[in-house]
Design a protein around this ligand. Structure first.
Ligand SMILES: [Fe+2]
Ligand SMILES: [Fe+2]
Length: 260
C-alpha cells in the first residue's frame, strides 16, 4: 500500500495548501492512505474539533500531534472520543487521548504511533523503551506501523530510526518544520526521514511572519506570533509498504509550492 504522510499543517495557510494540493497529489501518486501532523492546524497552535473535521473532509484519514497538542483548550472536549487522532504516547499516564491508533482501509489495518523527543522539549517518559512496548501491542493487530517522532534534535531522531529499524514500516520525523534531505530505507526495511517538513506559509520562519521572528532575535523581547501570508507549500513523504510483512519498499520526499 502507498501511504502519504504530510508535515505539520500550520494554520489557515496550511489548510489552504491541503485543500489545493491534496486531491491532485493523491491521484497523481495513487495514494491509498493519508496521515498528517495537525499540531499547528488551529492558527499555529493546537487543534479544534471543527478544524480536525475540515482536515478529514479534505481526505486526511488520521492526525498526529506533538508538543502543541494542548495549546487549544477545545482539544480537551473531543480528544478522548476521537479515534482518528493520536498525541505523543509518552505523555505521563493520565494524559487524555491515545498515543497510538489504527486506520482501517482496503481490508487492512495501519497502526499509527506518535512519540515525542525529550531533547529541547518537555521531559516526557522515555520514547525509546516506550516505543518497544507500544509496538509490541500494535503488532498483535497489524504488521503495518507508522511512527511520527515529534522531536527537535537530529541525533535523537536518527537514533530512534535505527533503534526501530525492522520493527516498524516507517519512522517519520516532525516538529522542526524544515524538510531534511535524508529520506531513505534503513537496512531492515524501515522507511526514514529526520523531518518531513511543514505545510503552510512558505516565506516565513517555521510558519510565523518573518519580521516578528527577526525582531525577536534582534531585541530578545517577547512578541505575539502571527502567521505569515503569501505563497504556500505542502511538504510530505510517500511510502510504499508491503502489506503482508509491513516492510517499507520505497520512500520519496515531496515539496509543492504555490506560485509567487
Ligand atoms: Fe509543528
Ligand atoms: Fe512541534
Amino acid at each position: 500500500m502507498r501511504v502519504l504522510f504530510i508535515g505539520d499543517i500550520v494554520g489557515k495557510p496550511g489548510r489552504e495548501a491541503i485543500k489545493r494540493f491534496l486531491k491532485p497529489l493523491q491521484t497523481e501518486h495513487n495514494i491509498d492512505v493519508i496521515i498528517a501532523n495537525g499540531e499547528n492546524a488551529a492558527a499555529g497552535k493546537g487543534l479544534t474539533k471543527e478544524i480536525a473535521q475540515e482536515l478529514y473532509n479534505y481526505g486526511i484519514q488520521f492526525l498526529t500531534m506533538g508538543n502543541h497538542v494542548w495549546d487549544h483548550r477545545d482539544i480537551m472536549n473531543f480528544i478522548d472520543g476521537e479515534s482518528r487522532l493520536v498525541r505523543p504516547a509518552n505523555y505521563p499516564v493520565g494524559a487524555p487521548g491515545q498515543g497510538y491508533g489504527f486506520i482501517r482501509t482496503m481490508g487492512k489495518k495501519i497502526g499509527v504511533l506518535n512519540l515525542s523527543g525529550r531533547v529541547f522539549l518537555p521531559s516526557l517518559d522515555d520514547p525509546f523503551s516506550g516505543a518497544i512496548r507500544w509496538i509490541n501491542q500494535i503488532k498483535q493487530e497489524t504488521p503495518i506501523i507508522i511512527v511520527d517522532f515529534h522531536a527537535e534534535a537530529t541525533s535523537e531522531k536518527v537514533a530512534l530510526g535505527w533503534f526501530l529499524d525492522g520493527k516498524v514500516s516507517a519512522v517519520i520525523g516532525t516538529h522542526t518544520h524544515i524538510q531534511t534531505a535524508d529520506a531513505r530505507l534503513l537496512h531492515q526495511g524501515t522507511a526514514y526521514i529526520t523531518d518531513v517538513g511543514m505545510t503552510g506559509p512558505k516565506d516565513s520562519v517555521l510558519g510565523v511572519k518573518k519580521e516578528i521572528i527577526i525582531n525577536r532575535f534582534l531585541t530578545q523581547l517577547p512578541a505575539k506570533f502571527e502567521l505569515a501570508s503569501g505563497p504556500i507549500q505542502l511538504n510530505a513523504v510517500v511510502i510504499d509498504i508491503d502489506d503482508e510483512t509491513g516492510k517499507a519498499q520505497r520512500i520519496e520526499a515531496i515539496q509543492l509550492f504555490s506560485e509567487a
